[in-house]
Design a protein around this ligand. Sequence first.
Ligand SMILES: [Zn+2]
Length: 82
Amino acid sequence: MMSGRFSHNCANCEDKINRLVDGNCTAQERNLLLGEVKGCPRCFDQYEKVKNLKIFVHDKYPKKSASPNILNSIRDGISNIR
Ligand SMILES: [Zn+2]
């Protein structure tokens, strides 16, 4: 387990997770972000969830981009299952 070498803030990580999932970063940044996310079980779990959600939405609505409403209702559905 990693411990206190660098300050990790799960709240800050949310933005990083979104950037990772959206691919909104360079390969170098990606490695860095992924390293941090993997260092925290909570954030890694969150990352997996967001990533799967994105894949799921993409499969369901390949043609048109999903509206925030659809995303939210799927998100609600997932938290109900879990
Ligand atoms: Zn975290």
